[in-house]
Design a protein around this ligand. Structure first.
Ligand code: DLL
Length: 435
């Protein structure tokens, strides 16, 4: 099913013509309305008129998170505050948070794009959607909320946390879909099981998971725990919030990017050079229709890959692969680059381990060291008298990490339920090198 048949299936040629028209408009507008862009274009020696084809965009400068911070809180807004109807902010683990604004039209566009996502996940107005993304400054809660209402579904505005209450609502209201971070979904499943709730017999059939990197193995784990189809949704506050890209349930091979509203590029994060589709690199987005907070060539730091091949669902947009991680989360362990999500994939595939883990990075002399703490399942732990069982598990992890990722780590098997659980985005890495 497709929410906006006309735009989601536009032939590539028409889509690219629309993109060019919108791109020229937005570039013109920011050049004249936002001091930052005037300066940054002047410095790069480009003017809006240089933009004759989509390809010309690569002559234009990038916008970075640092630029957003330097212009905190509203310096990059392109509309007066009197027409801004909503503000959100990303929490930002380091430094100032980034603040984003929306006009009435931006909110309507956002709601439509989230409605497109829900329909791509096979939801209709007859669904009851339990929304466990946090409401507030985070874009997850309200973003999904407005999209669900736009579709006409019944939305339960749960927000994050308060897990016992969530479990009660899940049983009593019988929602057919759940929206949450994947790590919180697992937390819910685990606590439900502890309370003796059969999570597989709830009325849920679909889950909309995103806001943090997760592996294919984690998807299987969640699908098993809830007996649902787990779908990947991508977005970031700077560009809009959830609903920048979404998997379709027909193919479930990559996330469709809503290219009538966002222009996407992948670049080599070291050199800034634009990569051909298919090559892994950093995603860079330009918003084509946003009024309050347009962004030109925003460097997301998210590492992914674009596919150009048409999808069997009929949507004509490029798709992006699941995000491996952020370039700033990439660990370099004795020269080997590795993302937490790759370590997750190795751990979750080993029987006897739980998908609850923590990575501790430290430095000895000039070398980075990694300790992987991972919970073992209850049954393994009961067996633990036989130290051999645990030693065997440890060996297996060491071997798989070496074979698949080429890294050596210290492994620490920990008791079930001993690592901190997430109520929103999980923080997987403790980096002691910065302390
Ligand atoms: O996390 C928006 C969102 C809410 C997306 C709910 C999906 C569902 P931020 O807090 O600004 O916005 O964080 C954005 O989260 O740059 C990625 O690094 C990461 N991220 C978001 N979705 C995914 C995903 C929201 N599906 C940052 N897979 C992004 C991997 C994701 N990482």
């Amino acid at each position: 099913m497709i929410y906006n048949e006309e735009y989601e299936t536009l032939p590539r040629e028409a889509l690219e013509a629309l993109q060019l028209k919108r791109l020229q408009q937005v570039v013109n507008r920011v050049y004249h309305c936002v001091g930052f862009y005037k300066k940054s274009f002047d410095k790069a020696g480009v003017v809006p008129d240089n933009l004759k084809t989509l390809d010309d965009l690569k002559r234009f400068p990038f916008t970075t998170k640092q630029d957003l911070r330097d212009n905190y809180p509203f310096g990059l807004f392109a509309a007066p505050m009197s027409s801004v109807v909503r503000l959100h902010a990303s929490s930002g683990t380091t430094g100032r948070s980034t603040v984003v604004g929306y006009t009435k039209r931006d909110i309507d566009t956002w709601a439509e794009l989230v409605a497109r996502c829900l329909v791509a996940a096979n939801l209709t107005k007859n669904d009851v959607i339990h929304n466990a993304y946090g409401y507030g400054l985070f874009t997850g809660g309200l973003g999904l909320h407005y999209g669900a209402e736009k579709l006409g579904a019944s939305v339960i505005p749960m927000s994050g946390g308060n897990t016992k209450r969530q479990l009660m609502i899940l049983q009593d209201f019988g929602p057919t879909a759940i929206c949450a971070t994947p790590s919180y979904a697992l937390n819910l499943a685990e606590q439900g099981q502890m309370l003796g709730i059969d999570m597989r017999s709830l009325n849920l059939r679909v889950g909309i998971f995103g806001a943090e990197p997760w592996s294919e193995q984690m998807r299987e784990e969640i699908e098993r725990a809830f007996d649902i189809k787990a779908m990947n949704i991508y977005g970031l506050s700077e560009i809009m919030g959830p609903g920048v890209a979404m998997e379709c349930s027909d193919a479930r091979e990559g996330m469709h990017i809503f290219e009538d509203h966002f222009l996407v590029e992948t670049i080599n994060p070291e050199t800034g050079e634009v990569l051909p589709p298919g090559e892994q690199g950093e995603l860079v987005f330009t918003t084509l229709t946003k009024e309050a907070f347009p962004l030109i060539r925003y460097r997301t730091r998210d590492i992914s890959r674009l596919y150009r091949v048409p999808c069997r669902c009929g949507r004509t947009s490029y798709r992006m692969d699941r995000v491996m991680g952020r370039s700033d989360d990439m660990l370099i362990i004795r020269g080997v680059n590795v993302f937490p999500s790759q370590i997750e994939a190795v751990l979750v595939a080993i029987e006897g381990l739980q998908p609850h883990y923590q990575l501790i990075v430290d430095r000895e002399g000039t070398l980075d060291t990694l300790e992987v703490q991972v919970e073992v399942t209850e049954s393994q732990f009961v067996n633990a008298d036989e130290v051999k069982v645990l030693q065997k598990l440890e060996k297996m992890i060491l071997k798989d990490m070496k074979d698949y990722l080429g890294i050596t780590a210290k492994i620490k098997l920990v008791e079930p339920k001993s690592l901190q659980r997430s109520e929103g985005k999980a923080s997987r890495v403790i980096d002691k090198r910065k302390i």
